[in-house]
Design a protein around this ligand. Structure first.
Ligand code: TXA
Ligand code: MG
Length: 313
């Protein structure tokens, strides 16, 4: 099924969602819009389906997947829940927050979902299409971003097709993703400490307000996906550029102009939403190099700069 055939494009309506549910039930792969980026979904309780995600993306098998759930009740059946998780779920779910919690061993998830870790990453997405799909399935969905491993994440159905056409069964075209950056990932440890593993749309400051100070433990085991090189447009990328050189596709911001701009008015929300679309455009442009204007480091700027550092690495 997966691999040889063309990838179906499904409409983001009741019929398209029902067709996607059938494909997923049968162990297939469907790219689905979420409020952050498009996810490449498979049923999380089916080892063969989850294995197909790793194959389609060319993803290293030590890098675990986020499990998407329809409700907090469902999340509780997959992890050892705690009061802090309730506080965060109450405030940020459904939405762009992923919580890493101690996994319940009897949850029935395929082993490859957690890549052998004793923890599981859980998110309840806010996008109506992903929610409708979860509502029609008897199981949660494992879904990494729907791009080849190491590449730029997709915020439009065309981005998914450019990288995974023929390697996945279908994509639901739900237009552009509103947030444009992957979820914030936070680990809530059994010993009561916590830490940000990936900056995202929910700022660390908002988490500190609810949880108090984080405890940094440097561990590549706890954050296996934070590879130095990631989100690459496939060309050298120069950061903090004031002007573009002749051989560069320039991405502007605020008063700094370019071939495209993250946000002419200097708005970080708009910049986050447009970041990957601009990187995809840069990848397709004739220039062999890419340059991008400086982006402020505060708030959402922290998450944008995190992605840019890795895209340039
Ligand atoms: O917004 C998002 O989070 C999107 C949409 C589709 O939901 N998904 C996404 O998935 O960004 P992906 O696979 O591109 O990134 C998931 C990250 C990886 O860095 C992975 O290492 C980390 O989550 N992760 C998953 N399970 C983990 C765990 N048990 N402990 C620590 N990190 C984990
Ligand atoms: Mg990704």
């Amino acid at each position: 099924m997966t691999g040889k055939n063309a990838t179906q494009v499904l409409a983001a309506d009741a019929q398209g969602i029902a067709a996607a549910a059938q494909i997923l039930l049968g162990g297939g792969l469907v790219a689905v819009p979420t409020e952050t980026v498009y996810g490449l979904a498979a049923r999380a309780d089916d080892a063969a389906a989850v294995a197909r995600i790793y194959t389609a993306k060319g993803r290293p098998d030590f890098n675990p997947l986020i499990v998407h759930v329809a409700s907090t009740r469902h999340a509780r059946s997959l992890a050892h829940w705690c009061e802090r998780a309730s506080v965060l779920a109450e405030k940020f779910w459904p939405g762009p927050l992923t919580m890493v919690l101690p996994a319940r061993m009897d949850a029935g998830l395929a082993d490859a979902v957690t890549a052998g870790l004793p923890t599981v990453a859980l998110r309840m997405p806010a996008h109506p299409v992903m929610q409708a799909l979860l509502g029609q399935l008897p199981c949660p969905l494992a879904a990494p971003s729907a791009n080849r491993s190491g590449g730029v994440s997709p915020t439009q159905a065309d981005h998914v097709r450019a990288s995974l056409e023929g390697r996945i069964d279908a994509v639901i075209d739900g237009g552009e993703c509103a947030r444009g950056l992957e979820s914030t990932i936070v680990v809530l440890r059994a010993d009561g400490t916590w830490q940000l593993l990936r900056p995202g749309p929910i700022a660390e400051r908002e988490l500190i307000e609810l949880l108090g100070a984080p405890t940094a433990i440097t561990s590549s085991i706890e954050a296996p996906g934070q590879l130095a090189s990631h989100y690459s447009p496939g060309k050298p990328l120069r950061l903090d550029a004031e002007t573009g050189h002749a051989d560069e596709y320039m991405i502007g911001f605020g008063p700094v102009p370019g071939h495209c701009s993250l946000s002419p008015s200097g708005d970080l929300v708009e910049a986050a939403a447009r970041l990957y679309a601009c990187l995809h455009q840069a990848a397709r442009a004739p220039q062999p190099r890419v340059a991008i204007a400086a982006i402020p480091k505060e708030g959402l700027g922290a998450a944008i700069n995190d992605r840019l550092r890795r895209a340039a690495a």
